[in-house]
Structures are given as C-alpha cells and as structure tokens.
Design a protein around this ligand. Structure first.
Ligand SMILES: CC(C)(COP(=O)(O)OP(=O)(O)OC[C@H]1O[C@@H](n2cnc3c(N)ncnc32)[C@H](O)[C@@H]1OP(=O)(O)O)[C@@H](O)C(=O)NCCC(=O)NCCS
Length: 318
C-alpha cells in the first residue's frame, strides 16, 4: 500500500480523488450531503488564506482505494487539524484507513497541531463503520448534531408585523454589511458546540468579502434578514446555499439577535428563503444540536425530519 499526497495540479488525479471520496462516504449513507465537485475544485485549486488542506491517497497496486484530507486552520485554532478518512467499501478492514489516519496524524504533528477532530455522520440504522473506526483511532465524542431533511415546497411562516424581510443573493449589499457582520459574529460566538474547545472565527469586512467571493464560485448564496420597521435595525438572518446546478439546498446559519427573539422570526426567515428558490430545488438539509431546543423545535415544526446523527470526534495527537 502506497500512501502519497494528491498532486492537486493534475485534473485527472483530482477527479479520481474526488470520486473515491464521494463513493466511500456515500456507501452507508443514503442522505449524505457532501461537498460537490465544483466546490471541491475551488478548494483544491484556489486555496483560501485561512486554511491549508493536505489531501492524501492510498494506492494498492496502482488502484486508488482510499483518500484522506487534513485541514489546518491558519487564523484561529492553530492547535487543531480537521480530518476525514474514506476507504472504498470493497477495500475495507485491510488496514488502509489506519494507514491514512497515521499519515494524517504525522502531518498534523509536523504542522504543530496537538488535536485532530473530525465529523462522523451515521444513518440511524446500519450507519456504517465510521464511529467504530474513530474510536479505534483513539478519538472521543465532543459534540453531536442531528442532520435533518425537509421536502419542499412548504408554506411560508407568517412574518411578525413589526418586521419586514430583506433578501439578497451573493454579496451582502453595502447598506447592510455592518449589521450583517455583527450578526455573523454573534452567531459564531453563540452556536452550541458542546465540549469542543474551539475559538470562534471573527469576521471583518475583508474576511467576509473573501468568503463571499469563494462561496459564489460553487454556490447560489441566499440570505434573508429581518428588519424592524420602526427603526430599520436588522434583528436576524438566515443563510442558505444551493450548489450550482443541484436540486438541494443547504441551510446554514439562522440567528435571531437576543432582543428580537420570541417572535418566530427564525421560521419566517427560513421559509422566506425557501419560497424564493427555483422549483427545481426539492429538499433542504440542515444540522442542529439536539440540545439547541429552540432551533430543533423550529425545524421539526417546519417539517424537517432527522435522517442522520453527526458526531464530532476528537483525538489528542500531541
Ligand atoms: C471508516 C473507514 C475509513 C475505515 O477504513 P478501513 O480501511 O476499513 O479501516 P481499517 O481496516 O484500517 O480499520 C482500522 C480499525 O477500525 C475499526 N473498524 C473499522 N471498520 C470497522 C467495522 N466495520 N466494525 C468495527 N470496527 C471497525 C477496527 O478497530 C479496525 O481495526 P481491526 O481491523 O484491526 O479490527 C471506512 O469504513 C470508510 O471509509 N467509511 C466511510 C467514511 C467514514 O465514516 N470515515 C470515518 C470518519 S472520518
């Protein structure tokens, strides 16, 4: 077994790496939501300034049988690496995952990291070997979220009459940027992360702009925000991504600022975004911690159902 680094300058090698990742990760997970090829290409060929990514591949007699990725944050969380290991179903239980993991750990240590974390998503029944593998590699669970799915269309939730909904696609308009940044940073600071000991990313205008630029290459980025009619203050936002050319949406952040809570603005913002989607978009994926009662109830009331559990695992490697 040969473990080597993916040559990201080679388009055919990138495609092959992506295919093995995709087929392996989907094998036991009918509802998996994975990075699409367009987003993978952006990340592989135009690395951002806030993370470095190392991609490894396992070759058995010239055949690619497994892949791994290590993401090294460069701006905050400098003691952490994020890893994912994937081995094709027909090649499992022969030690390939262990070899890839060992290479990931070596690279993480060489970059000065003392912890390696990763997400393991499993379907409720026959979810696959991810958790057993992670445990065998010495990782412990630090946080758990549910992966939920909603079939579209859904009726629009009523908007509290004291507010109207402003929407934009792609780059946040200049007039809303200061308020949007404040809400994004509040979200990063507030989102429940269980026992994960992580620094929240802090966005400034330049970092927001570079993230918007990168995301727009692979996604239709849609934001709905609640504006209080009396003074024009933005009290919450919901962020939705639709990968270009796909029939599903990915519900990312939804935040209502503390003084605007209790008016069901979260549901109103989400359904405002869903109602504006092209008819071809059939489902929405989202993730919510079961401990985040308010958001979980909002989601299930909208019709979201739990299809997977996502376990955030972490191993000490220092
Ligand atoms: C998890 C995965 C990477 C394991 O790959 P693999 O090449 O089969 O792993 P290995 O053969 O090196 O197994 C290493 C150890 O993990 C544990 N393990 C792996 N698969 C297991 C299974 N099906 N049941 C129980 N334990 C298992 C065992 O302890 C095994 O050691 P052993 O064979 O000596 O008992 C592979 O099944 C996969 O790609 N799954 C989908 C993606 C995923 O869940 N990745 C992990 C999260 S990042």
């Amino acid at each position: 077994m040969d473990i080597r680094e993916l040559d990201v300058s080679d388009p055919a090698a990138r495609r092959a790496w992506f295919e093995v990742m995709d087929a392996s990760a989907r094998a036991d997970r009918p509802h998996a939501l994975l990075e699409g090829f367009a987003a993978f290409e952006v990340s592989a060929t135009e690395p951002g300034e806030h993370a470095r990514r190392l991609r490894l591949e396992a070759c058995d007699g010239g055949v690619l049988v497994g892949v791994a990725e290590l993401e090294l944050p460069l701006t905050e969380n400098l003691d952490v690496g994020w890893a994912e290991v994937n081995v094709l179903p027909g090649h499992r239980r022969r030690g390939t995952g262990r070899l890839l993991w060992a290479a990931v750990v070596d690279a993480a240590r060489a970059a000065g990291r003392t912890r390696v974390g990763g997400e393991v998503s499993v379907a409720p029944v026959d979810g696959g070997p991810g958790l057993a593998f992670a445990a065998a590699m010495g990782a412990a669970e630090k946080h758990r979220e549910d992966h939920l799915l909603l079939d579209l269309p859904v009726p629009a939730a009523l908007v509290d009459p004291a507010y109207d909904v402003v929407t934009w696609r792609g780059r946040c308009p200049d007039e809303h940027r200061t308020a949007y940044l404040a809400m994004r940073n509040q979200m990063n600071a507030d989102v429940p992360i269980g026992e994960l000991d992580l620094e929240a990313a802090v966005l400034d205008d330049a970092r927001l702009a570079s993230s918007e630029e990168r995301l727009m290459k692979a996604y239709d980025v849609r934001v709905a925000a609640a504006r209080r009619r009396s003074d024009g203050v933005l009290g919450g936002y919901s962020l939705l991504f639709v990968p270009h050319g796909e029939t599903y949406a990915w519900q990312d952040d939804t935040l209502v600022m503390p003084e605007h809570r209790g008016r069901r603005l979260g549901a109103a913002l989400k359904t405002a975004n869903y109602g504006a989607l092209p008819g071809a978009v059939e489902v929405v994926h989202t993730w919510t911690a079961p401990s985040n009662g308010a958001m979980h109830r909002t989601n299930t009331a909208l019709g979201f159902r739990v299809v997977e559990r996502m376990h955030e695992m972490e191993a000490t490697v220092g």
